[in-house]
Design a protein around this ligand. Structure first.
Ligand SMILES: [Zn+2]
Length: 282
């Protein structure tokens, strides 16, 4: 009884500590802190000046400056999962994460600042699991545009200044929480223009899109269809895009089909950091 009481009390204080810590990293609070930090504002000033008059160039998921696959001929596949964090996408598919753990399948997790604001504790736990790498999906889940393009009805960043915050502020936020700066960035919806891709490269960040679209983001897509999309298009070096912020989607069920099927074909699973990446355009 005593030890139960002790556990309950420590859990209670632990939760308060987490809450207080999480509060410091909320998007608005953290951005305010960055705007008072000259290492951030000086870099922002310099980069925005450079890109202010740059032509946005092509807009899309596979534009110049974006990598879409792993540079290998071996039967290796990278599963990537986005956590978008907008109003309708702020969940956490814990069952999916537990399945990856049970199957010992490594994965790359792209998270937004908004999603972190809802799942601070989960992010910390995921970052401590060597099976996963935590990467950058943008501060506010805005497609990355130098001139306010939109995609799938989601308004993109309005200018280079917003694009800078979308990429760099979330990279710093993740680093401040987990102690490791993300090296990859996937813009919201994976749409980006060429000048924003160049900006990310300038910041030492690799922009990543995908080669295989699982289709899990189309509401009510059955597990068998998602599985078919992935299994049919699997090839050495493919990067697969899925989500882990919608527990009601069928991504987890699809993975129960995908993982054994690909293993049967001789595929092994890796994270993006495990191999060099390349563009399909090369
Ligand atoms: Zn997203």
């Amino acid at each position: 009884m005593k030890s139960f009481l002790f556990s309950a009390i420590s859990l209670f204080f632990c939760s308060i500590a987490y809450c207080q810590m999480a509060g410091q990293f909320k998007n608005d609070v953290f951005l305010k802190k960055l705007y008072a930090d000259t290492s951030y504002t000086n870099l922002k000033k310099k980069v925005v000046k450079e890109f202010k008059h740059a032509k946005p160039g092509h807009w899309g998921e596979f534009v110049k400056g974006v990598d879409e696959k792993i540079s290998t001929k071996q039967k290796l596949i990278a599963f990537t999962f986005d956590a978008c964090g907008k109003e309708k996408g702020k969940g956490y598919d814990y069952e999916l994460i537990q399945l990856l753990r049970k199957e010992n399948v490594p994965a790359t997790l792209f998270v937004t600042g908004r999603w972190i604001d809802k799942h601070f504790k989960a992010l910390v736990a995921l970052s401590q699991d060597s099976l996963f790498e935590i990467e950058n999906h943008g501060l506010n889940h805005k497609p990355c545009s130098a001139c306010g393009e939109s995609e799938y009805g989601i308004k993109g960043t309005a200018n280079p200044s917003e694009a800078f915050d979308e990429i760099e502020a979330n990279a710093r936020k993740i680093e401040a929480i987990i102690g490791k700066k993300p090296r990859f960035y996937r813009s919201a919806t994976a749409f980006i223009d060429e000048s924003c891709a160049r900006m990310a490269t300038k910041l030492g960040i690799t922009v990543v899109s995908y080669e295989v679209l699982s289709g899990d983001a189309v509401a009510n897509t059955p597990d068998t269809i998602i599985a078919q999309n992935v299994i049919k298009h699997a090839k050495p070096g493919a990067i697969v895009i899925m989500h882990f912020n919608h527990p009601k989607w069928n991504t987890c069920e699809a993975l129960r089909i995908i993982i054994p099927a690909l293993r049967e074909q001789g595929y092994k699973f890796i994270r993006l950091k495990d191999f060099p990446l390349k563009s399909m355009k090369d």
